[in-house]
Ligand binder design. Sequence first.
Ligand SMILES: C[S@@+](CC[C@H](N)C(=O)[O-])C[C@H]1O[C@@H](n2cnc3c(N)ncnc32)[C@H](O)[C@@H]1O
Length: 176
Amino acid sequence: MQNNSNTYEPAEDTFFLEDYIKNQKGQCALEIGTGSGYLTKILEKNFDFVVGTDIDFSAISRQTAKIQNGICCTGADALTKQFDFIVCNLPYLPSEEIEDRTVDGGKEGLEIPVQIIKSAKYRLKSGGKMLYLTSTLANYKKLLEQTELLGFDVKILAKKKLFFEELLVVQADLLV
Ligand SMILES: C[S@@+](CC[C@H](N)C(=O)[O-])C[C@H]1O[C@@H](n2cnc3c(N)ncnc32)[C@H](O)[C@@H]1O
């Protein structure tokens, strides 16, 4: 869902992903694509240090849930810190162009997700874990393959059927 400020308001996918991050604990966590800040705020309860990034500056500056550390950048590209845990509610809709960055994932719903996962890989500690949300509307099988090729052990943690799609929470453990 989108409002006038181009911030993605927490929706069904956000709340589904919340169920799988609320019990995660550790030192440092990162949310890529923080949007309203809803999920980053949840991470702040259980991690000592939390960062939320977003490609859209207006989303960060107008957050309803004010997060402690918001950074405007692509993926995790502006960061040098290593994290134990990274989460991303991916923009996964297949699209020819990226017109709405809150939801458009590019061709097959893969281009932006792969870019984000690549960027996350270099910010994960060895043995670190990433959770991301995608959908059957995207070529999710190819996304899982690409994630494996990037050096992750990948499994589908949970599925949720909606009207026209199934949401998937994917766990990707960095192997090196
Ligand atoms: C589906 S929304 C999720 C928002 C929020 N995390 C939630 O779960 O409600 C995807 C978010 O990712 C951001 N985004 C899109 N492409 C990005 C990229 N390459 N790097 C960082 N953030 C990106 C969008 O601006 C948007 O806020």
